[in-house]
Design a protein around this ligand. Structure first.
Ligand code: 13P
Length: 249
């Protein structure tokens, strides 16, 4: 039985004050929530999250890491540094990293491995852009993104990871994939991995991300292969985020 996970990706939002209030609000409802919960604040707010969340049910993680362990990479943060601040998770290959910062499949695969070496659980983000969906290429795109990691690290690496299917056209647009559209891709992902290892595929949590909110979470998360959510905008409001955590039944 896969335990649902709801993870908040705060993106580049927040301040010390606003984040303290948000964490306090999340903590107020966390124990009663049905899902596992995680938040991924901007890196500079991770020490604050670590301080506020220590000993609670809520885990925390990074939004990105560098593909190297250390060295002359000005402005970058390593997996070891995230681990040092108690991170459980790190997002890898978020569509904004892929599109805005030129991260290709090979770099994403490298980061996936480096995250695991540092003792973090990568949340591998995959998904198609609108044009790819409209031209019938969704499965090919998702397969290519998965293959980059499979070819480098093998199916065994997925034992210690989470996948987030985030159709790029649904991110921050208010345009959610229908539960059927999302389920179809989630099933495709699980079946592709099951062809390599049934056990790993059936234990793997596959989250949906893209305009998920308190109103549509139930229907999405009740699909067979949707095991929670990766939440952007709605993770910045404690009440809304907790509604999603309670939809994860
Ligand atoms: P929104 O929930 O704001 O659409 O963002 C989704 C996302 O990109 C989470 O990583």
């Amino acid at each position: 039985m896969r335990r649902p996970l709801v993870a908040g990706n705060w993106k580049m939002n927040g301040s010390k004050e606003a984040s303290s209030a948000l964490l306090k609000g999340i903590l107020a409802g966390a124990d009663a929530a049905v899902s596992d919960i995680a938040v991924c604040p901007p890196a500079i707010l991770i020490p604050l999250a670590a301080e506020k969340l220590a000993g609670s049910k809520v885990a925390w993680g990074g939004q990105n890491l560098n593909a190297n362990e250390s060295g002359a990479f000005t402005g970058e943060i390593s997996g070891g540094m995230l681990k040092d601040y108690g991170c459980t998770y790190v997002l890898v290959g978020h569509s904004e990293r892929r599109t805005l910062y030129g991260e290709d499949d090979a770099l994403v695969a490298q980061k996936f491995g480096v995250a695991q070496q540092a003792g973090l659980m990568p949340i591998l983000c995959i998904g198609e852009i609108l044009q790819e969906r409209e031209s019938g290429n969704t499965e090919a795109v998702v397969a290519r993104q998965l293959d980059a990691v499979l070819d480098t690290h093998g199916i065994g690496a997925f034992e210690n990871s989470v996948i987030a299917y985030e159709p790029v056209w649904a991110i921050g647009t208010g345009k959610t994939a229908t539960p059927e559209q999302a389920q179809d891709v989630h099933r495709f992902i699980r079946e592709k991995l099951a062809a390599l290892s049934d056990g790993i595929a059936s234990d793997l949590r596959i989250l949906y991300g893209g305009s998920m909110n308190g109103g549509n979470a139930n229907e999405l998360i009740s699909q067979d292969d949707i095991d929670g959510g990766l939440i952007g905008g709605a993770s910045l409001k404690a009440d809304e985020f907790l509604k999603i955590c309670n939809a994860a039944a």
